[in-house]
Design a protein around this ligand. Structure first.
Ligand code: DC
Length: 223
């Protein structure tokens, strides 16, 4: 039977604008939004809070099936064991450790299972790194959103500043380069475009231009 729900997968490297665009799209289309990166960040926060070492896979694996990660779909905030940790997961300590956590296969399987459960029976916009290639392989719309490193570092720097998180532009650039490398070189589900994804370069585009382009793609595909 044909799937009557629509899934939109938006993948791409750190700070390419995925979450901003995905959130707007979900709101405009009245779809549920899932920020899969926030789930890897929440797991990382839980590891740090439990004084486990995120660089140690065996230690990090200990929280699989022991913590509850969910979303408040009204605010789109992430909840860790029922507590809103949306701002806590955006800090430097989580940002600097999340790529290690995201490279551990068993943790990915735990979170992918949750992502699929959340998406089941809903119209969904999900953003991440492996949504079109793995998590929602059957998504009708797959976008791979890119932007050059300097532009992404600039965006992350401004975003952090607005949130009151202290970082320098150089720190943001370094963190982005490091995460790009780890995310695209891990063995299980690395960051890469799905064969049937549409590549969009947002370097010189505004948020509205990117969302409009994706809406055009959705229309062209007949949804
Ligand atoms: O999108 P983000 O920057 O919040 O993602 C945080 C980290 O989680 C990032 O380094 C890559 C990882 N991630 C992943 O491996 N797979 C996903 N589907 C989403 C994020």
């Amino acid at each position: 039977m044909e799937n009557k729900y629509i899934s939109i997968a938006i993948d791409g490297p750190s700070a390419s604008g995925k979450s901003t665009v995905a959130k707007i799209l979900a709101k405009d289309l009245n779809f549920v939004y899932v920020d899969s990166g926030a789930m890897y960040r929440a797991y990382t926060l839980a590891v740090l809070k439990a004084s486990l070492d995120p660089k140690n896979e065996e230690e990090s694996d200990r929280l699989i099936n022991k913590i509850d990660i969910s979303f408040d779909h009204i605010t789109n905030h992430i909840l860790l064991d029922g507590k809103d940790v949306e701002s806590e997961i955006r800090g430097n300590e989580v940002a600097n450790n999340v790529s290690y956590i995201a490279s551990y296969k068993n943790i990915r399987l735990f979170l992918v299972d949750l992502q699929r459960k959340i998406a089941k029976g809903k119209n969904i916009v999900m953003d991440g790194r492996d949504i079109g290639t793995y998590v929602l392989e059957d998504a009708q719309i797959k976008i791979f959103l890119v932007a050059n490193e300097e532009e992404r570092a600039r965006r992350r720097f401004i975003e952090n500043k607005e949130k009151g998180i202290e970082t320098s532009f150089e720190d943001c650039l370094e963190n982005i380069k490091k995460r790009d490398y780890i995310d695209s070189h891990r063995s299980f589900c690395p960051l890469k475009p799905a064969a049937d994804s549409i590549l969009l370069d947002s370097t010189k585009l505004s948020i509205k231009e990117v969302t409009d382009k994706i809406k055009e793609i959705i229309k062209e595909k007949g949804f």
